[in-house]
Design a binder for this molecule. Structure first.
Ligand code: DAH
Length: 338
């Protein structure tokens, strides 16, 4: 027989968990080491039963830790009585103290992205979360029934509206709104950011809901060199270091030529030479897209790009699973508290 009073140890550990603000620490208590150590020195015929008892202690303590963590997460929220009569002059509802709240990492990083582009002279507008076929496809040079539409696995409402599958839906609006400015001798420079939706099977690298940022620049002399300089400058500012970049041809109906833009994964976050990461799609705006917005493509040229925000942020912080962003888990969100 072991001399350890396993049930007594269990009670002690459960008391520690119940009183702790960091209950997970109890799983590292020396008692576990002692109990597991004791298994090895027992006579062979007693080891099985004792081992099972010790394992049961571990499971029970783990369950208590989870219960305590959940209790701590909701501890400061006082349930509102939604049936109570409501009065303008009534007492204020009790809300979580503000020092408990954190900005969502995507909000924080999106602000960062917007900040960089506005400092470069771009206007920033939020994209729509419900749109139509005309802006999703028609104005972007996707002919009716063209197979390129299949690349965007969209949802549709019964009325035929579309939760947009990309922020390129904003291009036509940006171009139309900027036309007068362009004709007065200026240029169009805007980014559009927001939520987009795709009919995806969710896994570590695919979500049905995610964020994109789109950029549009039009002038009399816009060219690919300016586009690559703009994008490089953005990525180098965002990651705070110099980067190697590369492009390869890609097809998007709304640009020609169309390109994919990649950066070499920085050594500071474990990248090796030749570790290329594709970050976004881009190209020179197709004459049909300019024409559709009433802009004469023989007088003006433009470039555009669009890419996902989550990828940027995952790379910056080494986040391995895209699903963390929409999961609403406090343990993940609190890591970004500043
Ligand atoms: N909208 C494209 C997508 O979501 C990305 C994109 C590619 C945007 C090329 C652009 C562009 O503005 O020029 O797949």
């Amino acid at each position: 027989m072991s001399t350890i009073d396993v049930q007594g140890v269990l009670q002690g550990l459960l008391q520690q968990v119940a009183a702790s603000d960091t209950p997970r620490e109890v799983l590292k208590a020396p008692e576990f080491k002692q109990m597991y150590g004791a298994i090895a020195i027992l006579p062979a015929e007693e080891r099985g039963a004792f081992g099972r008892e010790v394992n049961q202690v571990k499971v029970t303590v783990e369950q208590a830790v989870e219960a305590r963590e959940n209790e701590l997460e909701s501890a400061d929220v006082v349930a509102l009585d939604v049936t109570a009569p409501w009065s303008v002059n009534g007492t204020k509802p009790q809300l979580l103290p503000t020092n408990q709240g954190t900005q969502h990492p995507l909000t924080k990083e999106l602000d960062n992205v917007i900040d960089i582009f506005t400092r470069m002279g771009f206007d920033a507008i939020e994209s729509r979360q419900i749109d139509d076929d005309h802006h999703m496809f028609g104005t972007l040079n996707f002919p009716e029934d063209h197979p390129a539409r299949d690349g965007y696995d969209t949802f549709r409402t019964e009325e035929g509206f579309i939760p947009p599958a990309h922020t390129s839906t904003m291009q036509h609006r940006i171009l139309k709104d900027g036309k007068a400015q362009l004709e007065a001798g200026g240029h169009i420079a805007a980014i559009s950011y927001g939520r987009v939706f795709r009919n995806e099977d969710v896994d570590a690298t695919h979500e049905h809901t995610f964020y994109q940022v789109e950029g549009v620049y039009v002038s009399k002399t816009a060219n690919l060199g300016q586009m690559l300089g703009t994008l490089r400058s953005f990525f180098e500012t965002y990651y705070g270091q110099t980067l190697r970049i590369k492009t390869q041809p890609a097809y998007f109906p709304f640009v020609e030529p169309g390109l994919e833009f990649a950066i070499e994964k920085p050594a500071a976050i474990g990248g090796k030479t030749g570790d290329w990461l594709e970050m976004l799609g881009c190209g020179m705006i197709h004459p049909n897209v300019l024409r559709e917005a009433g802009i004469d493509p023989t007088q003006y040229r433009g470039f555009a790009w669009g890419g996902g925000v989550e990828r940027l942020v995952m790379l910056k912080y080494g986040i391995e699973d895209l699903r963390h962003f929409e999961a609403g888990k406090l343990a993940f969100l609190r890591k970004f508290k500043s």
